[in-house]
Ligand binder design. Structure first.
Ligand code: BES
Ligand code: ZN
Length: 589
């Protein structure tokens, strides 16, 4: 149990990178980034070797600050960790300048042809560095326990805009040269770059939206509550530490819902439902500006410290903005999904502990409901044990005292003991019981009881439907009601029932990705072929892994479905990010 990061070759106790100056050329034809990364180092032990992470990089040459050419060893590649890069430095070396180029298949990068964008006219590039993919586009100490500041100069084709997880200019630069500065120290997984036909709309002095011109108006409408969310978050847990907060809406092949790149959240366009109903994702990425970006998991084994805190925080923002009845629905839905995940994982699965052991594995394996939802319910449980006021004060202090630092699970538990539990044995052993939550499997029996007045109304409708009676058109249902309704139905339904539901509620044509995905899953299991065109369209246009996974997996349950899945996948795969193909390849093998 330690700060040792098993997913990085860095040795920060010997030499630690403090600052990075990046100069990159973006070459869409070659699908390549080329340039230099100059690392400013603190040689704590007068070491003669600097150990860096790299993966699929071509290293051309390395210069030291005394003008000499450095020797280096690029070690053989290890699955997902990549190649250790050992640079021979001198005890007084302060700067190391690496000239390098990326591979066209670099996992962090997705190079989109114009046809893969919303506008269809210009190519697009975006990066996704979390968890350990930053090393596929720059050589660095790729560990969440190490922080550095950076500057960047990016040259891209004229007419396109380059944005980084840094201070950006919001205007287009006709010559395609962009400089960015990140004055706050960040861990490597928050390095981000995006290049495309982008425009900006400001909501106010602090926040706005970047998107392709064709998407901009829709996105601006959808995320109009952004400034209010930032204010709500600050009221909860203290001042926003990063200057601007903007959202960049990416093309649909982005493999995640969102990524909390500092100052500029990267987001999927699949949350643009037209009715502002899927904005919880923005609250989530914003919340990471505290939990994750400010106070960072020291290693990927501590991932729940990033995501569990963030889901909890997201939920508090949503409750503040949209009310308790609304947020209770989301909480009940999440508890349902978590219970399903835990049941699938089995009773003694160590991956259902909050503190993970990902040694020898891809940290991506830790991205389950456990870190997110078990993490959040653990914190909710503490809130219920000590009361909201005391808990909020504790959290505010926690963020303030650990700002711009990383933290391990063990350090968090010590902090909790000293600052909240304060030796109260009854509170620790009968109410909070942190050890069984963090180091034990499954869901402890002090799992918080949650319920939703709104969803109880849906239960009544489901009952009517199950009894074979006609369901009246429900009034004022939100996405949460519908998703809950669809999940409450059996795994498959007879065709006549599918048809009548579809006729009444037009699910197959839904423009709401959450509702559509849920309906398509049910359609696959019910062999409801009327949804096939919609299914194929969805799978070939959207690259978000969260949607691809359940749909391909439902298809793969039958031999005939698997064939269909393989045929669709053959068409869709070139448009997916490596994060998504990594998962689906395995599933359809
Ligand atoms: N930081 C994560 C995305 C991530 C985690 C990328 C681990 C790579 C490795 C991001 O904040 C996230 O959790 N996104 C979720 C949305 C959220 C509302 C649960 C997603 O993309 O689905
Ligand atoms: Zn997250």
């Amino acid at each position: 149990m330690s700060r040792k990061d098993v997913h990085s070759y860095a040795r920060p106790l010997e030499v630690v990178v403090r600052h990075l100056d990046l100069e990159l050329m973006v070459d869409f034809n070659a699908k390549q980034l080329r340039g230099t990364a100059t690392l400013q180092i603190d040689n704590l032990k007068k070491a003669e070797q600097l150990h860096l992470d790299s993966r699929d990089l071509k290293i051309d040459s390395i210069l030291l600050d005394d003008g000499s050419i450095a020797k280096f060893d690029l070690m053989p590649a290890v699955p997902f960790l990549g190649s250790e890069l050992i640079v021979h430095i001198k005890p007084n070396t302060k700067k190391v300048k690496i000239t390098y180029a990326t591979s066209p298949s670099a996992s962090a990068l997705q190079w989109l042809s114009p046809e893969q964008t919303a506008g269809g006219k210009h190519p697009f590039l975006f990066t996704q560095s979390q968890a350990i993919l930053a090393r596929t586009w720059l050589p660095l100490q790729d560990s969440p326990g190490i922080r550095f500041t950076y500057t960047a100069k990016v040259t891209c084709p004229p007419g396109l805009m380059a944005l980084m997880s840094a201070e950006n200019d919001t205007a287009l630069h006709p010559h395609g040269i962009y400089t960015s500065n990140m004055p706050q120290a960040i861990p490597s997984y928050l390095m981000a770059l995006s290049v495309g036909d982008l425009r900006f709309h400001a909501y106010d002095k602090r926040s706005g939206i970047f998107a392709e011109p064709i998407t901009l108006d829709k996105a601006v409408y959808e995320f109009v509550d952004l400034p209010k969310m930032v204010v709500a978050a600050e009221e909860l847990y203290g001042p926003y530490a990063w200057g601007r907060y903007d959202v960049l809406v990416l093309p649909p092949s982005f493999p995640f819902g969102g990524m909390e790149n500092p100052r500029i959240t990267f987001a999927t366009p699949t949350i643009i439902a037209g009715d502002r109903s899927l904005v919880a994702l923005i609250a989530h990425e914003l919340a990471h500006s505290w939990s994750g970006n400010l106070v960072t998991n020291a290693t990927w084994n501590d991932f729940w410290l990033n995501e569990g805190f963030t889901v909890y925080f997201e939920s508090r923002i949503m409750e503040k903005l949209y009310g308790k009845d609304f947020e209770d629905m989301a909480t009940v839905l999440s508890a349902g999904e978590l219970k399903k995940t835990v049941a699938e994982m089995g009773p003694d699965n160590p991956d259902s502990h909050l503190y993970l052991n990902l040694e020898g594995r891809d940290p991506d394996d830790g991205m389950s409901d456990i870190a997110y939802e078990k993490g959040r319910f653990f914190l909710l449980n503490i809130e219920m044990a000590v009361g909201r006021e005391r808990w909020d004060n504790f959290l505010k202090q926690y963020f303030a005292e650990h700002a711009f630092q990383s933290i391990t699970t063990e350090e968090f538990l010590d902090y909790l003991e000293k600052n909240l539990i304060q030796g109260d044995g009854k509170l620790r052993n009968t109410k909070i019981r942190e050890n069984i939550w963090v180091y034990g499997p499954g869901l402890p029996d002090n799992f918080p009881k949650v319920h939703s007045v709104e969803l109880e109304k849906v239960d009544a409708v489901v009952k009517t439907f199950q009894e074979g009676k006609k369901v009246e058109n429900p009034k004022g249902w939100t996405t949460h009601h519908w998703v809950y309704f669809l999940r409450a139905l059996p795994d498959s339904l007879p065709l006549d029932k599918m048809k009548s539901l579809d006729e009444q509620f037009k699910f197959t044509e839904s423009g709401n990705s959450e509702i559509l995905c849920q309906w398509l899953e049910l359609s696959i299991r019910s062999k409801y072929l009327d949804a096939d065109t919609s299914l194929e369209k969805f799978l070939t246009s959207v690259g978000r892994r969260k949607f691809l996974k359940p749909l391909y997996s439902a298809l793969a349950e039958t031999a005939e479905g698997k064939k269909k899945a393989q045929a669709i996948y053959a068409k869709a795969r070139p448009g997916y990010h490596s994060v998504s193909t990594g998962t689906i390849d395995e599933m359809l093998r």
